[in-house]
Design a protein around this ligand. Sequence first.
Ligand code: AMP
Length: 596
Amino acid sequence: MGAIIGIDLGTTNSCIAVVEGGKPVIIPNAEGGRTTPSVVAINKNGERLVGEYARRQAVTNANGTISSIKRQMGTENRPELGGKRRSPQEISSMILRKLKEDAESYLGQSVTDAVITVPAYFNDVQRQATKDAGRMAGLNVRRIINEPTAAALAYGLDHGESQKIMVYDLGGGTFDVSIIEIGEGVIEVLATCGDNHLGGDDFDQRLCNYLVSEFKQQTRYNAAKDPVAMERIREAAEKAKRELSTASSTVVSLPFLAQNRSGPLHMELTVQRSLFEQLTRDLVDRTTMPVKTALNDAGLTVSQLSKVLLVGGSTRMPAVQEHVRSLVGMAPCKGLNPDECVALGAAIQGATLGFSDAGLSSGPGTEILLLDVTPLSLSIETVGGVATRLIERNSTLPVRYSQIFTTAANFQTNVEIHVLQGERPMARDNKTIGKFKLTGIKRALRGIPQIEVTFDLDTNGILKVSARDLGTGRAQGITISSSSNLSEDEIQQVMRDAEQYAQEDSLRRETMELRNQAEELTVRVKEALRVCGKEMERANRNEVKNDLSNLERLIHRYKPERPDSVPAEEFRQGISRLEHSSDGLMSRYSAASQHP
Ligand code: AMP
């Protein structure tokens, strides 16, 4: 059997590698490049272009060109190309087909098997879509592995000490940060975070805007309205950006860029690295929050990290490297080319699979167990519309969790289990992913029945939810296979919303919990009054009754849609007053219920 190649199918660029003579090497494409733009086009002649040629004609053939298709993987979107609506899988398969052909001409033999990498946050649907794209390209996708895991394999971190590392990946259009733990034969993704719309393209845009405005000042010509000039400026900006990663200044020289009444206009501008860094400082700063969130989600501090790997071409910028260094307090590893190491790691994994196929026990890397995480928290709705979490975001799959719940009303014989996905504290702000009823609960006062709800999320992201009445043993359940059917954009949106509304949400949650606590207390006190109220002194009984009706008034006044309708402090005081005045009554009631 032929070699199993490794493919980094990127948002802006893709890369292929193979293990030769025990070492992973990059396979250059037919145009001689080490990476291939992930761009597909059909030109006016109906010709299909992939890679560099497609990228070059993108401006003049915007309608016939598709880039960044990776962002749409796993969605129902059907972008049009060549007069036909096509699935993201199909468009990705065009890129994969070219990569396969380039590998075949480099290796001089046919290539059938591949390992493809995906971001660690990709859900099951997105992974499946990537596999389907491979199949459409005539590839047998032997394994889908996480990009940060592949980077760790490329650095050979799988056979060494156990450690926790950070992978900081700033590519052309996306930023991802992952915290991973490397142990005995296991590489586990502990947490991921990122920004789906932050990358090298934004840096190019800033420089481009600067060049356009300087050119306008010098010549009064507005290049922004001239698509051909713009394409040249954009290309020059990207080239200048790359040069500024090693040089402290560069010259952007574009002769005959445009024409006005007095003749041809040429662009000749010197750009200092310090100016470029000034123009893009906020973009670099935008990577700070995701780094902090990922560390926080992994329950780690920077001092517990032993290494930081840089992935993605944009991490070649000195300002980015300096920012990473200042965030984590150590110099990042730079041994491998950041835009190649993911493909190299995939090739290592491919070679390992090839060795096991041949019945050999060890290859250039040992067979490793790769663990994924769930991208969003899973909850059920409980009293007052609160989303009570059973599985936290970034939990390692598979994961199982049970919790005992009870009824909210007296003699309630059925409960609805409303399953939610998302980060918001209130149920209605999250996505409903399933609902079912548990019926036949034994009639009892509220709070007495014990209903055990179990969430079981397997390695494919399939969620099984079951509810069991521990009194009768009756159980009901559902299987939700689309629990991961969200695009990264939606996930990012959910996270952004969660941040934006965090303050309001926490107030709502606090007052809602206080309201529920208050209601529980009033029910207990009323029952105690009914059973042993007569044995109380009149003054104390009146005091309890008074505090009770005050608290009931607060509960009545509270409106969940307006969390400030009853300030939390007022609830707290009301509860504390009633707890205090009913103290004797409750002791008497609890003694009475133990010795009826
Ligand atoms: P990737 O998708 O990982 O190949 O990253 C592509 C991005 O890296 C593009 O935005 C490139 O412009 C950028 N890039 C590549 N090389 C450099 C460099 N030397 N300096 C700055 N950015 C670079």
